[in-house]
Design a protein around this ligand. Structure first.
Ligand SMILES: [Zn+2]
Ligand SMILES: [Zn+2]
Length: 246
């Protein structure tokens, strides 16, 4: 209980601090004249490592070409539509690290705003919008250890901004080591045994969802989860992540 009260006091203190003091840039810390939803000055916003011309299905940067899919995605697309606005390097990697490991919501808001800019540019009139957002699950042991579920927080912020519900109870992750230091083969084996559907398939009333995660690395977990959801009858699975490792 004392832990919760301490944490609550810290959150209230932070909210008061954020309300009373002027906003500052999340990267260079210069004072911002007006409150910016992404907490960035114009220079730092421009300097972010944007993922220019990514593959529509896996988010891998394609370079200067007119194609919309990378070679592997022509035959085996990772997802129907992938949103991943930043490359996992420099300022974007710093922001993500601060959000995930320092539990800083402010950096999460910067990343969310970058995602929202790409979402609104992608889902135009002829592109249907997902019916719900599903965060990539973390195990309850991991949540307890970290005290923070980054994918669920990103999903909540995106849900609020796009007026779309979040369903965090469809998928389940068994406890296991984080995947950061695993090889591709180890990740594949792990993904197949780690993630399961929590509900019987006939109880999933969606045809189109977006799966949310912070960083898209090898795509192994995402591919497994997309297949799992498709087998459960969801015909279209999109993937929304903040950064893309290359
Ligand atoms: Zn700045
Ligand atoms: Zn691709």
């Amino acid at each position: 209980m004392s832990f919760n009260i301490t944490r609550l006091t810290k959150v209230i203190g932070q909210t008061v601090y954020n309300t009373l003091l002027p906003d500052t840039c999340a990267l260079c810390e210069q004072t911002l004249g007006d409150h910016q939803q992404d907490h960035l000055c114009p220079y730092c916003r421009l300097a972010l490592p944007y993922n220019l011309n990514p593959c529509n299905a896996c988010g891998m940067p394609l370079g200067q070409t007119n194609t919309q899919l990378c070679g592997p995605c022509i035959s085996k697309p990772l997802a129907h539509q992938t949103i991943v606005p930043l490359l996992h390097q420099k300022e974007a990697a710093y922001l993500l690290h601060r959000f995930k490991f320092q539990k800083s919501i402010r950096e999460g808001q910067v990343l969310t705003q970058a995602m929202l800019r790409m979402i609104s540019a992608t889902y135009t009139n002829n592109q249907p919008f997902p019916q719900c957002l599903i965060p990539t699950p973390t195990s309850w042991q991991q949540r307890l250890l970290r005290g923070f579920d980054h994918a669920q927080i990103l999903a909540s912020m995106l849900a609020k901004a796009t007026n779309t519900p979040v369903k965090a109870n469809l998928l389940k992750r068994k406890y296991g080591q984080p995947q950061r230091h695993k090889t591709r083969a180890q990740r594949l084996k792990l993904a197949n045994s780690t993630y399961t559907l929590r509900r019987p398939t006939h109880q999933i009333p969606y045809e189109h969802i977006a799966l949310i995660d912070d960083v898209l690395t090898t795509g192994t977990t995402a591919r497994h989860l997309v297949r799992l959801l498709q087998k459960a009858g969801i015909s279209r699975v999109d993937l929304w992540c903040a950064t893309r490792a290359t």
